[in-house]
Every structure is written in C-alpha cells, then in structure tokens.
Write a protein of this length. Structure first.
Length: 157
C-alpha cells in the first residue's frame, strides 16, 4: 500500500508533463498576432456590426491564416473544437433554420455583432480571462476575415 501512492502520483505527474507542455506548444505562440489584411477592401474606422466580407474568397484566405495563428489553440485546428472552448462552426447554425428571410438576416447580423464584440473585448468570467481581447491587435478587417472563414466551416458546408 505504501508504494501505491507514490506510483499513482508519479504516473499522474508524468501524464501531466507529457500532455500539458506538448499541447500548449503544438499550437505555437499564444500572444495575439497581427493579421495582414492589405489584400482586403478597407472598411474604415467605424466598426461594423455585420460581416461585409461574407462569401468573399480573399477574406476566407486571410481568415484561415488569422484563425490558425490566433484562434486554433483554444477553438481547435480547422475550427473543430476539442471541447475546451466553444465550437465556432456552430455559432450561427440556428440562423440557417429560419424560414423567414428577414428573420434569417437579422439572426446573422446579431451573431456577427456578438462575434465582433467578444473578439475585441475578450471574455472574463469570475476574474479569469477566458479569451484575450484582440483590440489593438486586430483591425475589423481581420475580425471579419476570421468570421468569413468560420462561415465556411459550418457543419454541412
């Protein structure tokens, strides 16, 4: 019995050591990285509440790179969540079920506005940062490019 406890704790320690750092390093630097958006149409200083790049191929291309650099660590490679953070592919799937086109458009706009807000402000719960603020790192072109990429990752696309 007295050898059991050290063996269990030793195994747990080795398991944490093998998973923890490897997992963190697998996705690279966790510091928010600037995104090169020079190939996208400029949007100006006033923040938009609806994605102006929806369906734009160049925005998808920029969004893939921006997502991979900044979001994949927590939200999953190719936007497939491992359960640690919300699955961003499913943010607006309920909008797709709307039969009324006016309601559908309003639903997408509401999700877009939420996405912009949480990306720029970050998320803190109970004093713990759950998501960093990207304000000062991302311009709105970068945010909308990421959202445009995520739209292509919806289940069924």
């Amino acid at each position: 019995m007295r050898f059991y406890v050290p063996i269990v704790f030793g195994c747990l320690f080795l398991g944490v050591a093998a998973v923890g750092p490897t997992d963190a390093l697998a996705h690279g630097d966790v510091t928010p990285q600037a995104v090169d958006t020079h190939t996208l149409p400029p949007l100006g200083e006033e923040m938009r509440s609806e994605n102006p790049y929806r369906g734009l191929a160049e925005a998808v291309k920029v969004g893939v790179s921006a997502y991979t650099q900044n979001c994949a660590r927590c939200h999953g490679i190719e936007a497939v969540s491992g359960g640690m953070s919300p699955d961003l592919r499913e943010m607006d799937t309920e909008c797709l079920d709307q039969k009324d086109e006016v309601k559908k458009k309003a639903c997408f706009k509401e999700v877009d506005d939420f996405f912009m807000s949480i990306t720029m402000k970050g998320k803190v719960r109970n004093g713990v940062e759950k998501m960093p603020s990207f304000k000062g790192t991302f311009n709105q072109e970068a945010v909308w490019a990421i959202k445009t990429y995520l739209d292509t990752r919806r289940p069924g696309n």
